[in-house]
Design a protein around this ligand. Structure first.
Ligand code: SF4
Ligand code: SF4
Length: 293
C-alpha cells in the first residue's frame, strides 16, 4: 500500500492537481444500491463500470470553454474528506462517508475547475454535520469478519476483505483467509449492518443493476474453472475486470476452502498442481487442506 504515501501534498491540496490553478471543486454523489446482496460486493454488479458511468455524467456538466478536470476514483484526491467538508455527510466509525438521508451506498466524483464559485452550494451544512452521528453504536466494529478496525474511525486496510480480494496481488495471510468466508470480490458487511443504510434509496440507474443473474452471485464452481477467455467474456466489461482472472480464481479457491464442501476437491487438486499462477496454486493447496480438516 505504499502508493498511499506518495505525493501527500497533492492529496490534501487539490489546487495542485493536473497542473491547473484550481479555484473551485464541485462534488457529486450518486446512489449505487442495487436490489440484491451476494458474496460479491454490491458496487461492481452493474452492467457498466460505475466510475466510468459517473465520469461521463460529470463531463456532461462541463464545457470546453473552462479548464477543468473530472475525477472519479482517478487520482490523488481525498474525496471523502472534501465531501465531508462540503456537507455531504459525516464520517462513521466504519470510516465511510455517511449521508444521514441516504446512508453510505454511493460513489463520489468531482469536477475541479479554474472557475471561481460565487456561492458554493452546501446542502444541509451546519457545524454538527462534521461530527459523527454514530452515537454509542458499534455494529460495524463488531461485525467486521477480519477485525479490521483497531479503534473506531480507523481502518487497517491490510486486514480488510475489500483490500485483500481486490487490491492485494500476492498470497493472503492464512489467518485472514479463514475469516473471509465466501467473499470473492469486496465486502459489504460494515455497510450492511449500519442503521443509516435503512435510509438508502435504491438506484433507478440501469448502470447499477446487475447485468445478469450470473454477475449477482457467481457459482464458485464456475469461478474455479475460469480461463483468461471465459473471464474476459463474463467480467470484461465490469468493475471485476480490474483484478484479472488469477486474483479472482485465487479468491474463489479461498471461498471454496471456507465452504468445506468436498465437491470442490477435484477442481482444487487440478488448480493446485497445474495452474499457471503461483497465487492460484498456493490458494488451491490451502483450500484442499481445509476441505480435509
Ligand atoms: S469491508 Fe468487510 S472486511 Fe473491510 S472493514 Fe468492512 S466489514 Fe471489515
Ligand atoms: S454501524 Fe453504527 S458505528 Fe458503524 S458507522 Fe454505522 S452508525 Fe456508525
Amino acid at each position: 500500500m505504499h502508493w498511499t504515501w506518495q505525493r501527500p501534498r497533492r492529496r490534501w491540496d487539490q489546487r495542485r492537481v493536473g497542473g491547473l490553478p484550481i479555484r473551485g471543486c464541485c462534488l457529486l454523489s450518486t446512489r449505487a444500491l442495487p436490489p440484491v446482496a451476494s458474496e460479491v460486493s454490491l458496487w461492481p454488479l452493474g452492467g457498466a463500470v460505475p466510475w466510468i458511468w459517473l465520469r461521463r455524467r460529470l463531463r456532461a456538466q462541463t464545457t470546453d470553454q473552462i479548464a477543468h478536470r473530472v475525477y472519479v476514483d482517478t487520482g490523488a484526491i481525498l474525496e471523502r474528506s472534501h465531501a465531508q467538508q462540503a456537507g455531504l455527510g459525516f464520517i462513521g466509525k466504519n470510516t465511510l462517508l455517511i449521508n444521514p438521508r441516504r446512508g453510505s451506498y454511493f460513489f463520489l466524483g468531482e469536477i475541479l475547475t479554474t472557475c471561481e464559485f460565487d456561492v458554493y452550494n452546501t446542502p444541509q451544512r451546519h457545524e454538527s454535520q462534521h461530527e459523527s452521528q454514530c452515537g454509542s453504536c458499534t455494529r460495524c466494529l463488531n461485525a467486521c469478519p477480519t477485525d479490521a478496525f483497531p479503534t473506531p474511525y480507523v481502518l487497517d486496510a491490510r486486514r480488510c476483505i475489500s483490500y485483500l480480494t481486490i487490491e492485494h496481488k500476492g498470497m493472503i495471510d492464512p489467518l485472514l483467509r479463514l475469516r473471509m468466508g465466501r467473499w470473492v470480490y469486496g465486502c459489504d458487511v460494515c455497510q450492511a449492518v449500519c442503521p443509516w443504510n435503512r435510509f438508502a434509496i435504491q438506484s433507478q440507474e440501469a448502470a447499477f443493476y446487475p447485468a445478469d443473474a450470473d454477475r449477482m452471485a457467481p457459482l464458485l464452481a464456475d469461478l474455479l474453472a475460469l480461463t483468461d477467455t471465459t473471464f474476459a467474456a463474463r467480467f470484461g466489461r465490469s468493475a471485476i475486470a480490474r483484478i484479472g482472472r488469477d486474483r479472482l480464481v485465487r479468491n474463489a479457491c479461498i471461498a471454496a476452502g471456507n465452504s468445506h464442501l468436498p465437491e470442490f476437491a477435484p477442481t482444487l487438486e487440478i488448480l493446485a498442481h497445474a495452474d499457471r499462477s503461483p497465487i492460484v496454486q498456493e490458494a488451491a493447496r490451502w483450500a484442499c487442506d481445509s476441505l480435509t480438516l
